[in-house]
Design a protein around this ligand. Sequence first.
Ligand code: GLA
Length: 708
Amino acid sequence: MISFDPASGVFLLDTPGTSYAAFVPDGDGIPIHVYWGPRIGAGDARYLAFKTAEQFAVEWPCFRSPANGHEEYPLDGRLQFGRSALSLEFPGAIRSTEWTLSGHEIDENAHDQELRLWFDVSHHDVSVTLHYRVYDDSDVIDRWVSLCNDSASEAVDVHRFDSAAWVMPEWAVHRMSHLTGRWAAETQLRRVELTDSRLVLESRRGITSHHANPWFAMDDGTATETYGDVYSATLHWSGSWRLLAQRELDEPAQVLLGWGQEDFGPRRLEPGDRLQTPVSSGLFSARGHGGASHAWHDYALRHVLPSSHEVRPVLFNSWEATGFSVDEAGQRALARQAADLGCELFVLDDGWFGDRASDRAGLGDWRVNTDRFPQGLGPLISEVHALGMGFGLWIEPEMVNPDSDLYRAHPEWTYQFEGRQPAAMRNQLVLNLARLDVAHWVLGELDALLSANDIQFVKWDMNRPFADAGWPGEPDRQQRLWFDHVTGVYAVLDALRTKHPGVAFEACSGGGGRVDLGMMARTDQFWVSDNTDAVDRRYIQHGYSQLYPARTMACWVTDLPTFINKRRVPLAYRFHVAMAGVLGIGGDLTAWSAAETAEAAELIEVYKRIRHVVQLGRVHRLGEPSRSASAVQYVTSDADEAVVFVYREAQQYDSLVRPIRLRGLQAGGRYRLDGGEVVSGDVLMNHGIAPVLTGDYASTLIHLRLVR
Ligand code: GLA
């Protein structure tokens, strides 16, 4: 429910469990945040707005501005001294934005409502709209902003245009959880206390990045997995971005989230142009970090991810098995073994096109290499289908190797500065998808590929960040590429999905370099990390699960030792870690022993029986990953089925696993464990289970079913 009271300027957004309120003082100011938390009434919101206005009206000492930190959307200019969400430059180098509220609109849709607040920028023909959306079935609030240059003659330079500013409660301590990482070590969870200063997380790489993820969760230092107030927000965006948390002494903390790194350079808005930010979604949860994750996962599955009600198939991927050495005979052999194991989808990774014998050549030439596949992909695809599996293919459409026919024909299609040699990474350059002709060419190539071959799955990769982000001959359009490249990728993906509805997409960027809700809205799963070591993976998956659901988390079982850290972990442990997401196999099956193959086939069989619980159920993180025993649990929405994975990396002394208390079961219910003994939900949740694990890298899977 959304209400707006023009007389007081108070607007109130109600979600099923929370309320969010702000007001526009006298109609000509910046909206001021007054409340976000458990449900309150409209009268309460008006009272809080009145008290806030009263507090602002007293004589403030010089050097302080009462509204600082309280702004719903801080504007650059006037008495605004923090970092602003909107910073415009008008002709004459005027860097101050003032506005008046010109009206509002509330759209009532079947399952959501949207509020639009319209503002006219003073002295200029520019208008800004603040958008808010709430859902009937989620406590998540979506926010975004649109900007229109209505002038017939004046251009406006956009220096900063964030999606939202999220105002935190006035706590003594603000502890911010966030995700950091790097290639092969993505989504590492960190918790830091804000000081009276600024903290910036950002990507300057043109992709979301392995190094930080546009998400935070704030608490007062006391929240746990199951207890406490947690404020959280994210950004639906797959390019460069910035998250800036600012807190000054005696002011509330405020977190700005938006596309574009700091100093991306002004983006010019020509007369008549319109620009809209990506969505930033925010969430209040009174049920700790675990409760916040549950609400995020529900939202992602209901409102972001396509086809989220379907479980994902078990796939085999050729990359770690064959690298660039692919040919028809080798892939056929792998396909037969993958089918024997019980895989449902066979994915041919890199190496099938152009002169792709290594990473030095071929990107951009999306033609089947006929030395390797003399009759094209048709015979392999037919065999894969005959074996009862779907067929998937790897592509990296935003890239080109200088050693390729595409680059020889169109060297001007890459990002580069006039007269400079662009820096290659992995021997490749980034294609300028902000150019309509390039985006159009990419769409044509992929459409032709999907039309000519019976393909069910595409792994869309992106294996290097932007650098030398120049657009020769178009200096005025150059700054647009940070935005337009991403919308170009979105447009190609959207068009392909419409034209080929039977094709599922996996988003990959050298592993988890482009994991975000923008990409999630147009793909079916993420390749979360190139690191397939089961021990490292537990930490990566723990961080990933803070925001993203297991249904999107692709995990492979691969060979020993792992190429990342040369670790050797038993097959069952590797499976149990990968089975906590969307299971896949990435090893060289031709080298697996009969015993390994038999064990793997059995575990895949088990996975098929429990995957609906993992992929569509609710996750409970029963402790942080550690060297001693810790566990992760999944429960169906009606709590009639649950799966628990227990892991222990290192045995110390002859210690037994201490009882692990489960969560989210039916208190009065009785559960049968692995088809054997029956234990009450009360015992499972209030005392716990203590599986017997012996030795290092020990793990187990327990499947619980409610006894009717
Ligand atoms: C990236 C991906 C890998 C694989 C290779 C192929 O590194 O993350 O899974 O597809 O590219 O070159």
